[in-house]
Write a protein that binds this ligand. Sequence first.
Ligand SMILES: Cc1ncc(COP(=O)(O)O)c(C=O)c1O
Length: 450
Amino acid sequence: MKDENFLKAHNAKSFWHPMTAPSDSLKNPPAIIVGAEGVRIRDIDGHEAVDAVGGLWNVNLGYSCQPVKDAITAQLDRLPYYSTFRGTSNDCVIELAEELRRFFGPDGLTRAFFTSGGSDSVETALRLARQYHKIRGEAGRTKYLSLKKGYHGTHFGGASVNGNANFRTAYEPLLPGCFHIPAPYTYRNPFNESDPAKLAQLCLQALEDEIAFQGAGTIAAFIMEPILGAGGVIPPHASFMPGVEALCRKNGILLIADEVITAFGRTGAWTGSRLWGVKPDFICTAKAITNAYFPFGAVMIGEGVAQVFEADETGKAAIGHGYTYSGHPVGAAAALACLAETERLNVKDNAAARGTELHQGLLALQARHEAIGDVRGGHGLMCALELVADRATKKPADKAVPGRVQAVAYQAGAMVRVSGPNIILSPPLVLATADVQTILAALDKGFAAL
Ligand SMILES: Cc1ncc(COP(=O)(O)O)c(C=O)c1O
């Protein structure tokens, strides 16, 4: 490895970072992470911090998960790759599909389609949803509905259903036939409604209105995150997702739950859909499926959809979709070990307990720091702080402010993530109470320094 000075001088000179301008990476050199253990990361200067970002919502079991590391190395020695396209399979992927079928059984999902990550999983679900309707003789069902503020990755389909202009404008025109309804975001919404239950009903009415306007027979699927994540951690009222499910069922629209961050325990339930008592037609997963140690994903498919594909004798159910790395044996081995460890540690319960501590602590910080306009969380280990310049008018904080909080918090021992006006927290689910306190104390210092 090149020395420290070389690395610092060359970062971003020959590669572009995702989700920022190339010039920004040069002007604001990022922390260069060189090591990690447990829930802590270590940078090139030897500084250590609790990783309150959890990698990128994906290192649920922390950085020292030996069973997953062992599974990857053993599989690399045994069979480092083979394709699962027509005609070949591998032992790990078969076993994994059975395990996932068991795990997602309570969600009504019984088949898996494997991918290389979250955007791939979203793309897969969107495409299979259209195909489902074509097999059933409803070829006119091609449109997609989704939520403003939703995040569904960056492939063209996913970006088209995304509800944030930052991921859309530079890449337009996007897919035609994608329409958005207001998110159940109590802090800011077009209805000026701050009561979560009332807002959920208003958003559901907007959905019903949009379905009637578009014509139910033109809509393939509705896609949503059970708790909106990257858009700033927006937990809907408990009535919202069941309401969406009911409208979808009534109108023959498939429901895609994008659980790229919520599956495997993050919300305090094993899936976000289960948290709300909903049985979607697809669940998109990725990220924590391998604890981030190998790029991998799975789209889980509902029994009803599966039966339509499997009963087809016309040829319309031939899947013309897939990735070179779909069902990668090393990813499958990692996912098998990860799922076993995820269940053995019962991380959903720790996520719920530590999540409550974190959320309560953030509310206490809000009482001390004027810049915190809104605190969101309360369902597992996903929380956000929305920063404002003025609480009364909710004027967003100056762009530089969240970055200043983050920089001080990092030096004080916690890595947090800035996304627009929000500070987002998505730590590993194996977090301890002492780690929660470290994160809160570091944020306290960050806000005190403003
Ligand atoms: C809900 C959701 N869907 C899709 C994605 C895209 O996943 P990836 O970045 O692995 O392509 C993300 C990533 O954060 C996500 O949060």
